[in-house]
Design a protein around this ligand. Structure first.
Ligand code: NAP
Ligand code: MG
Length: 404
């Protein structure tokens, strides 16, 4: 069989631990035998981030911006324990945070639904897509330890004008303080991405924050969304028969639980981080959640929503075969290849990507999967079989060859 040709390369961002191992297997077993892959390779392993003083992450972000499409493997976000484990000179920032900040994009996460895996919330019959604002707040904060007797203030200087706000007086006890920010431009880009994505999916858009408590900061988000909606999207929404709906984050959580799904939920950075893990788990598994970062200028980065699956990696290093679920990482590749095909007017590539997705889902629905899915798979007449990652990938490849 002749391999499918690519016109423009995609940016390929390799990562860490078990997902790095699975990354190579996916390429070897599912991509390279079928596609004449063109990619610009960036090694975002923690070792190489340390070696390049994190320059590789910045270069990768530039490459996504230049090429328009990227695919990323999960990476370690260093904490104190990782600094010791990897002998780091610095606690490098989260690569995802760096890339999101560089592209000023919004992350959309959508569960992969498979018949046989019923969401824990029995009322959810359609996916809930979550949009996470990818800039600022606690992810770009400044934090301080404040000794007993000290005082923390927020100072805003504007030319000669200086405004001071008392944060706290640490008279009775030492403590901590945090300063965070966001930018109108970024909030507006976030709103635009969400409205555009809702229109392209023809699904309602919900947005939630905590504007009652955070009457200036979160209220700014609410106002900018409303402004954008009234000015630029109201007519299109009405024409498409979809709605935009703002509510408090706590009310949104309650409504989400009672809903049937089938809408987009826009969240601020931290809410989106937490709620996407909750949704992924409730829809079945974190390993069944896809993720795409969309910049306001239309650049796309695809990845799995889960991390580097550390515990499996240590078992792998001991020579054990693991059943690490590769599905979200496969969908990261198919998302990137399908988008590349769409942008390059190369329908063969897009068709291949969609076929690989369908074959992956079909394989699970026929009863072949990794252990995490076997534990939650219930389907009349199908006895699920747990495979190792490699055996599962091989089975998808066999089914794919047949389908092609
Ligand atoms: P994680 O890697 O997502 O894994 C948490 C647990 O979830 C695993 O131990 C495993 O449970 C299960 N799991 C996740 N993905 C799975 C898969 N594909 N197949 C089977 N089981 C899966 O999260 P973490 O342990 O909190 O974080 C590990 C590292 O990943 C950290 O260094 C963190 O910084 C990084 N991280 C990166 C990203 C990213 O790059 N996007 C996102 C999150 C975390 P069992 O062990 O019980 O089988
Ligand atoms: Mg998270």
């Amino acid at each position: 069989m002749e391999k499918i040709k690519m016109i423009t390369p995609i940016a390929e961002l390799d990562g860490d631990e078990m997902t790095r191992v699975v990354w190579q297997w996916i390429k070897d077993i599912l991509i390279l035998p079928f596609v004449d892959l063109k990619s610009e390779y960036y090694d975002l392993s923690l070792t190489n981030r340390e070696k390049t003083a994190d320059q590789v992450t910045k270069d990768a972000a530039t490459a996504i911006d230049r090429l328009g499409v990227g695919v990323k493997c999960a990476t370690i976000t260093p904490n104190a324990q990782r600094v010791a484990e990897y002998n780091l000179t610095k606690m490098w920032k989260s690569p995802n945070g760096t890339i999101r900040a560089a592209l000023d994009g919004t992350v959309f996460r959508e569960p992969i639904m498979v018949s046989g895996i019923t969401p824990l919330v029995s009322g959810w019959t359609s996916p809930i897509i979550i949009a996470r604002h990818a800039y600022g707040d606690v992810y770009k904060d400044v934090e301080a330890i404040c000794p007993k007797g000290s005082k923390a203030e927020l100072v805003v200087t504007d030319g000669d004008k200086e405004t001071r706000y008392l944060i706290a007086d640490y008279q009775k006890s030492a403590g901590v303080a945090l300063g965070m920010h966001n930018l109108d431009g970024s909030i507006r880009s976030f709103a635009k991405s969400c409205f555009n994505y809702a229109l392209s999916k023809k699904q309602d858009l919900w947005f939630s924050s905590k504007d009652t408590i955070s009457a200036t900061y979160d209220h700014r988000f609410k106002d900018i969304f409303q402004e954008e909606y009234d000015l630029n999207y109201k007519d299109a929404f009405e024409k498409a028969g979809i709605t935009y709906f703002y509510t408090l984050i706590d009310d949104a959580v309650a409504r989400v639980m009672r809903s049937k799904g089938g809408f987009i939920w826009a969240c601020k950075n931290y809410d989106g981080d937490v709620m996407s893990d909750m949704l992924a788990t409730a829809f079945g598994s974190l390993a069944m959640m896809t993720s795409v970062l969309v910049s306001p200028t239309g650049k796309y980065e695809y990845e799995a929503a889960h991390g580097t699956v550390t515990r499996h990696y240590y078992r792998h290093l001991k020579g054990e075969e693991t059943g690490t679920n590769p599905i979200a990482t496969i969908f990261a590749w198919t998302g990137a290849l399908a988008k590349r095909g769409e942008l390059d007017c190369a329908p063969e590539l897009t068709r291949f990507a969609h076929l690989l997705e369908k074959t992956t889902i079909d394989t699970v629905e026929k009863g072949y999967m990794t252990g995490d899915l076997k534990a939650i798979f219930r389907k009349e007449g199908v006895e699920p079989v747990a495979l190792t990652t490699k055996a599962f990938l091989q089975m998808i490849a066999d089914n794919l060859s047949e389908a092609l």
